[in-house]
Design a protein around this ligand. Structure first.
Ligand code: HEC
Length: 633
């Protein structure tokens, strides 16, 4: 406050040592109180964290030397030691009362304060490394966010004190100082708000990551409340800036008018500071919740937007409406700011019109949604889960949906609504969370019962993985030798052993597309030999070959890997008896089947040039085409 606002403001008026001394006393009292609060809450925080880390009750932590261990041997403790040292330096700064040193000590104090507040970033999530793109931005964004918070809120309360002091004095010098202080604060505040908005968006992306996480978790909802209070703070600040500060700054304003403006300003600044404390309290609560990424979001609305269901023409209308909406919004804000209320009303009408057009264009995209719509499977879409799901399907679902899922079980004929054919591509249009809801709580007004009481959540996910894998297998049978660039059936992940080393399909796919060779019963040695000769050239296109024998016996041949029985059973879903001795599947990086060649099929197996060209084509398919089975996540 002294460095950035008060000292320069005092320099604008003639010397008022009494006034300066009074303000100094009040700010000093505020500084000591804040420092004491920071110290005590910091000690309390440390004790609680130490108790959580050691699993001991609070009293034991203090008596049994746990604190020492935490302080010296954990990252949190080391940060706290640094913070403790900074608090001592700050206290020393406050104790220095030598006049000629004052200004330099204040600047040192400011630097130490900045260090104290940004050090919090290493105690929070900013320091935890997460595997997200652009992660290097997270820590700097956190630091700037903390710093901007400190500068804005840290000067807000002192500014209110300054205005109150100047009001008591009511001298012309006091008014000049108030005006200079408000103008300086105004610039500082705008800078801070700008930084807070940008870094806040970056942090939200890292900590909640998606709309469902924002609206569907307690964490995200608190974040939204925080943003709303923050917007209210900006509204108050904006009113101060655009209404009151000009009255102060205008030389022709009456003194009584200016005094009134200072009074309102000081009241508003207190209101803004109170809102600031509300924001900090919400941050405090958020700080002890797990971040949005780590809990399943419960979707609160009965519908969701699926833009893939909106026709291309309607999407263009939507784009235009969105652009017009933003333009109307900007025009409306500017008109209201300039008090052109008729223009503002026209903009508002434009907003409503754009909103209406957009809503009607989006209607087909409004698909039903359930609380679990955005749940991620707890069981990975992989061979072990698929194998566990198969007997569960036979025991619970086959009576209606049929042994092969075609909707023709023994009970099907007697039902008022026929059971769905689970082998249709349409199954992949649903989110796995939707399917999880139906399997848990039933469908078609209870014609299909819910299984939440009978099966654990993990069992339900196993079941869903099995149903998806079987349908993917049936869709694979219909895949030809031409590379499919639209939705493609996903192959479950599986583990294998090659030359004594453990590996998985998903790990292999990280390096590029895979040609999966499935054979039974005997190894196609001639073909594998041919592929082995092509291997160097295939490698340049990033294509890896994995060969799996679905028969019982293990074989020694190029590319042939060892797999367990559940992998064999799962991969058997992706081969039909019509295929002849061998099936070859080209998998993209998501593990989706993009092309298929069979020994028994019309086109037979592909030669080297075709494999090469197709591998390149498959690598170019954008990853956004991810399937719903969770490979991409
Ligand atoms: C009592 C008969 C019955 C049983 C048992 C049953 N279902 Fe259903 N299932 C239905 C009916 C009826 C529908 C609704 C079809 C419709 O809405 O047109 C349905 C719909 C579905 C759908 C929605 C498909 C879609 O594309 O809309 C899925 C998925 C599903 N069932 C999975 C299962 C699974 C998994 C099990 C075993 C845990 C199971 N069902 C057990 C009768 C049954």
């Amino acid at each position: 406050m002294w460095c950035l606002i008060a000292a320069p403001a005092f320099r604008q008026a003639e010397k008022t040592p009494a006034l300066e001394a009074r303000l100094d006393r009040r700010l000093l009292a505020l500084a000591w109180t804040s420092l004491l609060l920071a110290l005590l809450s910091g000690i309390g925080w440390l004790i609680i964290v130490a108790s959580q880390m050691s699993g001991m009750p609070l009293a034991a932590v203090v008596q049994q030397g746990v604190l020492g261990v935490v302080l010296t041997q954990t990252q949190f403790g080391k940060v706290w030691l640094v913070r403790g040292a900074l608090v001592i330096v700050l206290a020393a700064c406050l104790l220095v009362r030598i006049r000629s040193w004052k200004q330099i000590v204040r600047w040192i104090g400011l630097a130490v304060c900045a260090a104290l507040i940004v050090s919090l970033a290493w105690a929070g999530h900013g320091a935890a490394t997460e595997d997200l793109p652009g992660d290097f931005l997270h820590l700097p964004a956190d630091l700037l966010h903390l710093l901007a918070t400190g500068v804005w809120l840290g000067t807000l309360v002192p500014l209110a004190l300054l205005l109150a002091e100047m009001l008591r004095d009511a001298s012309p010098a006091g008014l000049t100082i108030s005006r200079a202080a408000c103008l300086r604060f105004s610039t500082l505040g705008i800078t801070c708000v700008g930084i807070l908005v940008v870094t806040g968006i970056v942090n939200t992306w890292f900590l909640s990551g998606s709309i469902p996480a924002l609206v569907g978790t307690l964490y995200g909802q608190l974040l939204l409340v925080k943003v709303a209070v923050f917007v209210a703070m900006i509204a108050v600040a904006n009113a101060n800036r655009s209404r009151l500060v000009p009255v102060l700054a205008h030389a022709a304003s009456e003194v009584s008018e200016r005094l009134k403006a200072v009074r309102t300003l000081s009241r508003n600044v207190f209101a803004e500071a109170t809102l600031g404390i509300v924001v900090l309290s919400i941050v405090g609560i958020i700080g002890i919740l797990p971040p949005g990424l780590h809990t399943e979001p419960r979707w609160p609305f009965p519908f969701r937007l699926d833009l893939s269901e909106v026709a291309a023409g309607a999407q263009k209308v939507l784009d235009v409406a969105a652009i017009l909406f933003v333009l109307c919004l900007a025009a409306g804000v500017i008109a209201a700011e300039k008090r052109r209320y008729r223009a503002a009303a026209v903009s508002l009408a434009g907003l409503v019109l754009c909103g209406g057009v957009a809503a009607s264009a989006m209607r087909p995209g409004m698909v039903p949604a359930y609380p679990t719509t955005f749940y991620a499977p707890t069981q990975q879409y992989a061979a072990p889960s698929v194998t566990r799901g198969a007997p569960l399907y036979a025991a619970n679902c086959a009576v209606c949906h049929g042994a092969e899922g075609r909707g023709d079980g023994p009970l099907a004929k007697s039902l008022p609504i026929p059971p769905a054919d689970l082998t249709e591509p349409h199954l992949f249009a649903h989110s796995v969370g939707d399917i999880f809801w139906w399997v848990s709580y039933g469908r078609a007004q209870g014609v299909m019962p819910g299984f939440a009481d009978k099966l654990t959540p993990d069992q339900r996910w196993d079941l869903i993985n099995f149903v998806l894998a079987r349908t993917a297998g049936i869709l694979t049978d219909a895949t030809g030798s031409q590379v499919v660039t639209t939705a493609a059936p996903p192959l479950p992940d599986f583990a294998f052993e090659q030359n004594g080393a453990q590996n998985t399909l998903s790990e292999t796919l990280k390096n590029g597309p895979v040609l999966l060779v499935l054979f039974a019963p005997s190894a196609p040695r001639v073909r594998l030999g041919q592929l082995a000769r092509l291997a160097p050239r295939l490698g340049t296109a990033g294509l890896h070959v994995i060969a799996v024998g679905l028969g019982k016996s293990t074989v020694e041949a190029p590319f042939v890997v060892d797999v367990s029985d559940d992998v064999r059973a799962t991969l058997a879903l992706f081969r039909s008896s019509k295929d002849g001795g061998e099936t070859e599947l080209m998998l993209d990086r998501n593990g989706s089947v993009r092309a298929r060649w069979t020994e028994g099929g019309p086109g037979k197996l592909a030669g080297g040039p075709i494999l090469l060209a197709d591998a390149v084509r498959v690598s170019k398919i954008p990853m956004a085409m991810a399937n719903h089975a969770g490979h991409a996540q």
